[in-house]
Write a protein that binds this ligand. Structure first.
Ligand code: ING
Length: 303
């Protein structure tokens, strides 16, 4: 049986003034615990190095730049890469990317995939940016990812690694069925993601009280409808006044939740994923080649 032991390494709150070094120490502790419990691949959260700063409208360029990585690994994150390589553990890490491209500065909400030998296989840039580009009146907590980041321009690539095919996405991406389908069509058997999900996003209590349900629903549907494993890791807890849900998940291609965090702090959950489980669904219910009718789906890719 093809098996990959995976961990979701959930983070509790990261304070606005918490240093990279302090956060990296927490990531190292999670990495070591995951390794101690047999993990070969660890999924960290979205924007795992800083507080979720898009909750504020920050205008001081130095403070904003301080939340971005100009290089990954960089001087303060190298130690995490070195330790993961020493332990032969691959990982997914979400971070705020500052890129100089075409003579201009671009900012993305990004994640990288590192294999067990410490090689950075690839990068993903968040496609679906929720919220607004400018502060909304009447809200104490804002959601300004469209202010800080550009939509990702790398598509949804997948990588053949660790005996399987892994794809990445980030947070809000998990709510959009296209995200999973584009990667499943490329053969992804495992889709991994991090998230920061406040429980007051819409400001409408009836909906916001379902935030945890919608998180689980989106991950389970994505997994089942695309017969792929889904690993979703939270940055959780009461972070600078914002209540971020936990419920980090490992979901099987059947849609079953095989592991879930029970705290909103730093917490590791681990599962030995049977990679052949995805194959069964791909040969039967979700045999894309035999059952899909793309001619009928054209509207999906039109504006
Ligand atoms: N956060 C949230 C997410 O998509 C959100 C935004 C929260 C949307 C609650 C809907 C409901 O999980 C990020 N960072 O995308």
């Amino acid at each position: 049986k093809r098996r990959l032991v995976v961990a979701a390494a959930q983070l509790g709150p990261i304070g606005r003034s918490e240093s990279r070094a302090q956060v990296v120490r927490r990531l190292l502790a999670l990495l070591r615990e995951a390794h101690g419990r047999g993990a070969e691949f660890v999924v960290f959260p979205e924007l795992a190095l800083t507080t979720f700063f898009p909750r504020w409208h920050l205008t001081d360029p130095d403070e904003v730049n301080g939340f971005f990585e100009a290089a990954i690994p960089g001087p303060e994150t190298q130690v995490l890469f070195d330790e993961a390589q020493r332990l032969a553990v691959g990982f997914y890490l979400g971070y705020a990317e500052r890129a100089e491209e075409g003579g201009a500065i671009h900012r993305y909400n990004s994640a990288i995939l590192v294999d067990r030998s410490g090689t950075v296989l690839g990068k993903y840039r968040k496609v679906h940016l929720p919220g607004h580009a400018a502060p909304q009146p009447g809200r104490d907590a804002q959601h300004l990812e469209k202010f800080y980041f550009e939509p990702g321009n790398l598509g949804f690539p997948v990588w053949r690694t660790m005996g399987t095919v892994i794809g990445m996405c980030i947070c809000n991406d998990r709510r959009w069925p296209e995200t999973y389908r584009v990667m499943a069509l490329q053969g992804a058997e495992m889709i991994v993601l991090g998230y920061n999900t406040p429980d007051d996003h819409t400001g409408v209590f009836e909906f916001d009280s379902l935030t945890g349900f919608h998180h689980q629903l989106a991950c389970q549907a994505g997994a089942y409808q695309n017969s792929t494993w889904v690993v979703a890791t939270a940055k959780a807890g009461l972070e600078e006044g914002s209540r971020l849900i936990g419920q980090s998940l490992i979901v099987a291609p059947s849609g079953q939740i095989v592991a879930m965090s029970t705290s909103t702090d730093d917490e590791v959950i681990v599962h030995g994923c049977d990679l052949d489980m995805a194959a069964i669904y791909r040969r039967t219910i979700f045999d894309f080649a035999r059952h899909r009718e793309p001619e009928a789906y054209r509207l999906i890719v039109e504006r």
